[in-house]
Design a protein around this ligand. Structure first.
Ligand SMILES: Cc1cc2nc3c(=O)[nH]c(=O)nc-3n(C[C@H](O)[C@H](O)[C@H](O)COP(=O)(O)O)c2cc1C
Length: 186
């Protein structure tokens, strides 16, 4: 697999090789077993108090679920997401029913981690994932009408990448991560 010029030596190939493609192969379908494994990967993610505050609405081209979400894609995402073999809408359980009581303080954090598991599992199966926010959140929320306490958070397009990884991938340096915004010791 080709990747950008930044030295990623030592990083696990599944992490080094992952990127978010801007083109998917429309012939690269996601089969039932692949879909099951993607959801299993999310299922086994850790979560605060093992609350597992995540839910996934899925649709593959030709399935009713796909037709339900495609109209809400922003044009910027529709260009590539409709060719993906699978669209996933991610939901977090933030509150207890219709109350203001938090179901989990870490609901979105845990959901993100479950999606990270899903993306790495995808990479291991030769699939690529592109997470995105470029959709009509209000419209899609109305369409899916999640149970009280649940919120639509993001979408993920998964399938066979038709893109090569970009030549360069921008990242802040590790030094910068270690110089994060805390106050120095007195
Ligand atoms: C929560 C989230 C929302 C994102 N939203 C968008 C989006 O709306 N459109 C888009 O093209 N990419 C979106 N991305 C993809 C990021 O732009 C991408 O992960 C980042 O540029 C790093 O590139 P890489 O994944 O190829 O390493 C999103 C990623 C995440 C995690």
């Amino acid at each position: 697999m080709r990747r950008g010029p930044e030295p990623l030596g030592g990083l696990h190939p599944l992490l080094a090789g992952r990127f978010s493609p801007y083109r998917f192969d429309p012939a690269g379908g996601v089969g039932d077993e692949a879909l099951r494994l993607l959801l299993e990967a999310a299922r086994w993610a850790p979560s605060a108090g093992n609350a597992q505050p995540w839910g996934f609405f899925t649709g593959r081209p030709g399935e009713p679920g796909h037709a339900r979400v495609v109209p809400y894609l922003a044009p910027s995402a529709a260009r590539w997401a409709v060719d993906a073999g699978l669209l996933v809408v991610t939901l977090a359980r933030r509150h207890v029913g219709a109350t203001e009581l938090l179901y989990s303080e870490f609901a979105d954090y845990d959901l993100g981690q479950a999606v990270a598991h899903m993306t790495v599992q995808a990479q291991a199966m030769g699939l690529a994932a592109h997470q995105f926010r470029a959709f009509d959140l209000e419209g899609l929320t109305k369409e899916l009408d999640p149970a009280p306490g649940w919120a639509v958070v993001s979408m993920v397009a998964l399938g066979r990448a038709a893109d090569a990884p970009p030549e360069t991938r921008e990242r802040r340096g590790v030094d910068e991560l270690l110089a994060a915004p805390w106050a120095p010791a007195e």
